[in-house]
Each structure stands twice: as C-alpha cells, then as structure tokens.
Design a binder for this molecule. Structure first.
Ligand code: ZN
Ligand code: ZN
Ligand code: ZN
Ligand code: ZN
Ligand code: ZN
Ligand code: ZN
Length: 463
C-alpha cells in the first residue's frame, strides 16, 4: 500500500492522475490523485497554513467510483452526510467533500474522476453538446433516460412518469411533451444512459443535488425496456379481452361503435388517424368540415368530432375542437416559439417594438391577418402548404397557426421603419445569410449582434 501526499510540490501535472479533488474556492489548487490508494494531505480550512492528513481515497474496480476513508480526528461531510472519524463511504464523480464536521469554515472539495486512459486511446472520441442531452421537462441532463416512441424523444424516467400520470388523469392518451405526438411505447434507453453518465462525469457541475435525484427516482415508474401503452391500460388489461381483440377495438372510432349524427362506419371502412391524438376517424367525402389541416396536409380529428358533437371516445381518443379550428377563431397570447427561425433575440426585439408602439401581440397579429386576408402580403416564403388558398376562415392545426403567426411577425418586422427600432437594434448590420443563417442557431453572440430578420444576400437562396 502506498501512501503519498497530495499536492507534493514539484510534481509535474501528470497524465497519470485518475481523479482529483477540486476545491470550490478557486484560490486553492486541485489535488491530483495518482495512485489507486492515496492519502490526502492538504489544507482543510481556508485560513490554515498547515496541511493535514485527513482522508484516504481508494479507487474502486470499474473506474466509476472510489472509497473515502476519514482519517481525520473529527467527522467529515461527504455529499452532506456526516462521516465519523475512521468512517468509510463510497464517492463518485461529483461527490462533495468537506474536511470537517460542519460545512462552515472548512474548504469544500469536489471529487472528479478523469476520463480513463484507455478510453482516451481505444475509444472513439465523440463530442456531444450537453444541450442535446437534456430533458425538455426539467431542462436538466437526463436522469435514468427513457425514450418515447414513435417520435423517439427522450426524458428523465421520473419526469416522464409524472407527465404520464398527469396525462392519464385528464385524457385517455399520453402526448409527447416535446412534440405532442401520441406516445405508443416508452422504455429505458441504455445507450443514452451511458451518454448521460459520460456527460456528468466530464462536467460534474451539471449534476443535480442528491435530494432532487431522490425526488425524481421516487416518481420513476418505467421499469422495462419497452412498455406498451399507459398504466391505466395495463391495469385494465386484467379485465379486458385478449390482445388481438383489444387491438381491433382500439382502432375503432366512436362511429364504428355506434350510430352518431346519422352515420355509422361500415365494417372495415376507410379511416384516417389523427396526427395529434392518434385516434381514428372515418374517411368521408363531401363533408362541411375538413379532416386535414390545409397548412400541412396532416389529418386532425378535432373539427370532425365536434361537428357530430362527440367529445369523448370509447376505445379511441378524440381531440377537442380547440385543437383544429379556423384561423379567425384562434387567439395568440405571445410570440410563438417558431418565430424568426426560433432566434429568441429577434423575438425579444419584436416584442419590444410592439410594446414601444403601445400595442400588444394580439393587436399586431390581428392587423396583419387583415392584410393577409386582403392579399397585401407576398406569400412566396410562407411556410405552409397551399399558401395561396389559405384565408382566415381556413382550419389549421396548432403548429401551422404558430408558423403563420411567425410569418406575419416577420412581415411586421421587415416593414418596420428603422426609426421604430430601438437604437441598439437599428445599429446592427444585416447577416449576409439573413433568416437562412444557420450560425444564429448555435452562436449566441452572432445571433445577437447581427440582424437576422432580413433576406439572404449570400448563398444560393432566393432573395
Ligand atoms: Zn427531466
Ligand atoms: Zn416527441
Ligand atoms: Zn369508424
Ligand atoms: Zn397543420
Ligand atoms: Zn385527434
Ligand atoms: Zn447570421
């Protein structure tokens, strides 16, 4: 057994260190841990000049954790738990260690495991933007990541379980919190779990406090690699018919089951599956209400079912009228997320301009819908299908409505005289690539410093 002193002076910063203790007070330097069994000898208080031997750290098999042995004469704190003199506890990358019995007055260290040497040489290096490994519910790096199908969005097990529980209280189906696709399966994702762990090992500051993790784990209900449907469905399976029978029933729309509004589906009659709720509706010609959104050509069932006064399905979900209605009946409360190619600096500017004019977003959008209806706007860049056919009495889905409002706000901004813009905004130069610029999506500074509500003047883009 080797006993070494940490921070032995003169030692070159070596590649051999497998871990280090990083003091949270940056005035102090890192303590590199080089051997598999290492006695730490360092300051324990910011004020103390002498270095004391206060703990031993032993590497565990498998590189992911270590054991800390309290060698000081008093208790120490590890991840906020009190470890008595001579006590031993496991630590992992990110663990917080305080070399005294109470946090106050002692230095604080974070235990950080370095990437294993073999992984530097033998494994492919890939770089991942941690932003792409975040749960869109809690906005943290995933914890115990699960994947929803068919859209393949990823969430923390705890977050998604809670979402599922709440959805089931209100609806008969679970929509993906990120894209609102009806979720048919959800399961643990082991591959992404490794990525999640790697990211947290590289950047321990992305870890959340132990108590947050405990809360998250307590609501996690997804145990298998792939489960079908929701808890409610699984519970009712006990009493329900065998699988094939159930599958057949699941695909039956309310009018397959009963005559509603003097219509009943024919046996094996053609159906459309709603893009939003994944429920079925009969495919009927010559109806007064549309079955498809004109902006995206996807089927939506909200208008159809409300036209026959169906608000709830028996074995298949049904959307409310609110999800698919004419533009004129919709309201906008704030600038949609998709506006200005999702560049939030430009969204802020638009918001500021509107406020400066003494108006609100609904006012401005209403004005521009009037111009739109009067065909005063060039629709060649309108991001919807059948752009020339759309009027404010056209039914569109939520996504298409947001896109259309974003399109009108582009026109609001581009036609605004520069005297109406805040000074700092008017002073910005146009980005050559205008709204087509891809840099604005990953370079915060560029997105802020250049105007992107303008037409491209470079590249092979139509002006
Ligand atoms: Zn989450
Ligand atoms: Zn999704
Ligand atoms: Zn039917
Ligand atoms: Zn649409
Ligand atoms: Zn629907
Ligand atoms: Zn740009």
């Amino acid at each position: 057994m080797t006993a070494e002193t940490g921070q032995s002076s003169g030692s070159k910063p070596s590649d051999d260190a497998w871990a280090k203790l990083v003091p949270l007070d940056t005035k102090f330097s890192d303590i590199e841990i080089r051997s598999n069994d290492f006695v730490i000898c360092s300051e324990i208080k910011p004020s103390s000049l002498e270095r004391l031997e206060w703990c031993r750290i032993t590497k565990n098999l498998g590189h992911a954790s270590a054991t800390i042995h309290n060698k000081s004469s008093d208790a120490i704190l590890v991840d906020e738990a009190v470890i008595p003199k001579d006590g031993v506890v496991d630590i992992r990358c990110g663990s917080e260690i305080v070399p005294g019995p109470h946090g106050q007055g002692y230095l604080q260290y974070r235990f950080t495991i370095m990437p294993a040497p073999e992984s530097r040489t033998q494994l492919l290096k890939i770089s991942i933007d941690p932003e792409n490994a975040k749960c869109s519910i809690c906005l943290n790096i995933w914890h115990d990541v699960v994947t929803a199908a068919p859209c393949l969005h990823n969430f923390c097990n705890g977050c998604f379980s809670e979402w599922m529980r709440r959805s089931e209280e209100k609806h008969r189906h679970v929509l993906c919190p990120q894209c609102r696709t009806a979720v048919q399966y959800v399961g643990k994702n082991h591959f992404l779990k490794n990525i999640q762990e790697d990211i947290l090992n590289v950047d321990a500051t992305l870890r959340r406090p132990a108590e947050d993790i405990a809360v998250l784990d307590s609501s996690a209900s997804i145990q298998s690699n792939l489960i079908i449907g929701s808890k409610r469905k699984r519970r009712s399976n006990i009493l329900s018919p065998p699988l094939e029978e159930r599958e057949r029933l699941r695909l039956q729309c309310p009018q397959c089951v009963a005559n509603i509004g003097s219509y009943r589906c024919e046996h094996h009659g053609a159906h459309l599956q709603c893009h939003l709720c994944a429920g079925m509706m009969p495919f009927r010609a010559n109806l007064q209400v549309p079955l498809h959104c004109m902006g995206c050509d996807r089927p939506f069932c909200g208008a159809y079912w409300s036209s026959v006064n169906v608000t709830q399905g028996v074995s298949s979900p049904v959307c409310s009228r609110e999800t698919f209605k004419p533009i004129a009946e919709r309201t906008v409360t704030r600038i949609p997320f998709v506006t200005h190619e999702m560049n939030r600096h430009e969204q802020d500017i638009t918001q500021r301009c509107i406020v400066q004019m003494g108006k609100t977003v609904p006012d401005v959008v209403a004005e521009w819908f009037t111009r739109f209806n009067n065909r005063e706007i060039d629709r060649s860049r309108m991001p919807l299908n059948h752009a020339e056919m759309i009027t404010t009495s056209t039914h569109v889905c939520n996504d298409c409505y947001d896109k259309l409002v974003g399109f009108l706000l582009y026109w609001f901004r581009i036609t605004l005289p520069s005297s109406r813009l805040p000074d700092d905004v008017a002073a910005r130069e146009d980005c050559w690539y205008g709204y087509m610029c891809r840099t604005q999506h990953h370079n915060e500074e560029h997105a802020r410093k250049r105007n992107h509500v303008c037409r491209p003047t470079r590249g092979n883009h139509p002006l």
